[in-house]
Design a protein around this ligand. Sequence first.
Ligand code: PHE
Length: 347
Amino acid sequence: LKSRLLADIAAADTADSVETLRVGALGKNGVVTALLKTLGGMSPDERLEKGPAIQDLRESVAGAIAVRKAALEQAALDARLAAERIDMSLPADLGPVGSVHPVSQVMDELAEIFADLGFSVATGPEIEDDWHNFTALNIPETHPARAMHDTFYFPDGEADGQKRMLLRTHTSPVQIRTMMTQAPPIRIIAPGRVYRSDSDATHTPMFHQIEGLVIDRGITLGHLKWTLETFLKAFFERDDIILRLRPSYFPFTEPSVEVDVGYTLVNGQRVIGGSGNDKDGGWLEVLGSGMVHRKVIENCGLDPDEWQGFAFGTGVDRLAMLKYGMTDLRAFFDGDLRWLRHYGFSA
Ligand code: PHE
């Protein structure tokens, strides 16, 4: 019996067949177990005579099973190690790689251009109060300009109108926050998200603006024009940028100037630069600007007879569209990789 069991165990070639043999020999109804049970019914002499052989059988079988099991486990491990070997010298597959979103990219470009002109970056909260977003900017409670802003107000706001919270409708409140915390001279840009209740191909309820503010002594409209021209030339990477300054109105600037930039038609496409006349191109409005209103300077605790300045504000998404020839503003915020790839923004 012993040699047969040991031979079977040695020949078993899977963990399952070893287990079947173990149950057959040492399990509750196994042959070796049955022999061990006979010991109980033996006389002491008989037990002394046959006991050692039965015990030896049990130990030999249990030992052989353990050895065989270990050998099979080792073999399985060796096979796995061989099959799953990784060649560490192969180049890795990095998977899809993302890229900086066009809007973020344009904001970075703008920050860089203005850094070269000595402007630093200022920020303000997107959840703003009525005073910073409107009143301090010379847009009092009853001013019609408020109607044009399609403001998102927070519902259970303060009874005091000045503290009423809203989503900022433009980056201009950062002008106020900067003038109230920084001593002039001031040269800042403020890029960020703004919100208006408006949605179509050229409007999204959230969009991006960049504000510019300069406060110093003796600042004139000439400084504004030079700054905008320099910035637009750098941004569109062309020397033939032609500006058209149109008189306009913003409550917080006086005088106010709307700025158009000339485009040329190339194969029916509007390309920024050159022309500006109706024959082979035209004008695109790119930003609002003006000399900071003396009342705004006063509202921030500065003396308007000593300090003057200019401010401008423009849509970052719009600048991105013009630079990269994109047509639908909403696509900026859809997260559609095909769109990003089409414009060369994603792997
Ligand atoms: N805040 C204005 C807007 O959102 C733009 C602007 C900024 C105009 C600064 C003048 C000066 O339309």
